[in-house]
Design a binder for this molecule. Structure first.
Ligand SMILES: Nc1nc2c(ncn2[C@@H]2O[C@H](COP(=O)(O)OP(=O)(O)OP(=O)(O)O)[C@@H](O)[C@H]2O)c(=O)[nH]1
Ligand SMILES: [Mg+2]
Length: 319
């Protein structure tokens, strides 16, 4: 039986804090002081706008948030900087639209029909293979039997890289040779996962550019092979999006995602950028839920996404 549960909340909060440390230090951590010193004047609004735009929230969304904030302040006659900050946080959480806590455990098909298939896709170098390793560890820790499929047969060394992750985490890896048909690897892996009673099958794929149609077709083919074996598979088509590519990476991700039909996002390398505001831009531009974030290079460096925890960490008064 495939198991998914909410990770220990404190540890999730700490990891999210670690991931937005740079964003806090460079941008969001300054907001509290700006609100305290600003007395609601024009300079204060300019500074807030600069922070939101510079942290990659996106120009339109930044303006929208500040307009809303101005209106709320006026309507509710708020003058206390702490209360203004709370209003701003609430507006940002609302945009991320995931409610007040991690809520999505319920929709992950608590099914006896296994394996639960996660197809991991994304452009070159975003962190797909690392993410596969992290997810394998995460699900294994929860008591699932996990299997990996080496669907990147395109880049020399990719199979070895996944096998190293498999050994590190202690899970089986199904692989063929370099240059093999990824659809055939996916087919074998599904059969093996079924035969060995695996709960979760995570499929790594080759990094590809959104404008290379033949390679994009290859992901579609892997998807079709899975669907042929189980009509609900792949249960997750997980787009790995590199947070350090910022606002500019979004257009590329959008094309990619619409072509492949992604249904959720793993936002990798959030720890590597000061522009954590990109989370809001992703929500606006891609309209896909972010389910996990990458918080570092090690196997345990991931957290479940929570808008509330993220916003709290961004504006924390101390670190
Ligand atoms: N800081 C940080 N680095 C990460 C994270 N995820 C991945 N990386 C690093 O990103 C680099 C690329 O990772 P890979 O997992 O090989 O990326 P990939 O998408 O599989 O690459 P291709 O298969 O070549 O397309 C590695 O140096 C990883 O350690 C993360 O969440 N934080
Ligand atoms: Mg890879």
């Amino acid at each position: 039986m495939f198991r998914i549960s909410i990770r220990n909340k404190d540890s999730n909060v700490l990891k999210i804090k670690q991931a937005v440390k740079k964003s806090h230090a460079t941008w969001f951590g300054r907001v509290r002081n700006i609100l305290k010193g600003g007395m609601n004047d024009d300079l204060m609004w300019e500074e807030l706008e600069e922070i939101l735009i510079s942290s990659d929230v996106g120009v339109n969304t930044s303006i929208e948030i500040l307009e809303d904030l101005r209106q709320k302040i006026k309507l509710q006659q708020v003058t206390d900087p702490d209360k203004i900050l709370e209003l701003l946080k609430t507006l940002m959480i609302t945009i991320m639209d995931t409610g007040s806590d991690i809520q999505y455990s319920g929709d992950w098909g608590k099914s006896d029909l296994i394996p639960h298939v996660i197809l991991v896709v994304g452009v070159n170098g975003v962190g797909k293979t690392t993410t596969v390793g992290k997810l394998a560890h995460y699900y294994k820790q929860m008591g699932n039997r996990v299997m990996l499929a080496a669907g990147d047969t395109f880049r020399a060394g990719a199979i070895d890289q996944l096998q190293i992750w498999g050994e590190r985490v202690g899970v089986d890896v199904i692989a063929q040779s370099y240059g093999a048909d990824p659809g055939a690897v996916a087919f074998d892996a599904f059969k093996a996962a079924k035969a060995r009673n695996s709960d979760v099958l995570i499929v790594d794929t080759a990094g590809r550019l959104h404008n290379k149609t033949n390679l994009m077709e290859e992901v579609k083919k892997i998807r079709q092979v899975m669907t042929g074996l189980d009509s609900r598979a792949p249960h997750e088509i997980l787009l790995v999006l590199d947070a350090t590519t910022g606002y500019n990476g979004l257009a590329q991700a959008k094309t990619f995602s619409s072509f492949v039909g992604c249904n959720r996002i793993f936002l990798s390398k959030l720890d590597g950028t000061a522009k954590g505001g990109v989370v809001l831009a992703i929500k606006k531009e891609l309209e896909l839920p972010i389910h996990y974030i990458g918080t570092g290079e090690q196997v345990q460096d991931m957290a479940l996404f929570s808008a509330e925890q993220l916003v709290e960490a961004m504006f924390a008064s101390s670190y």
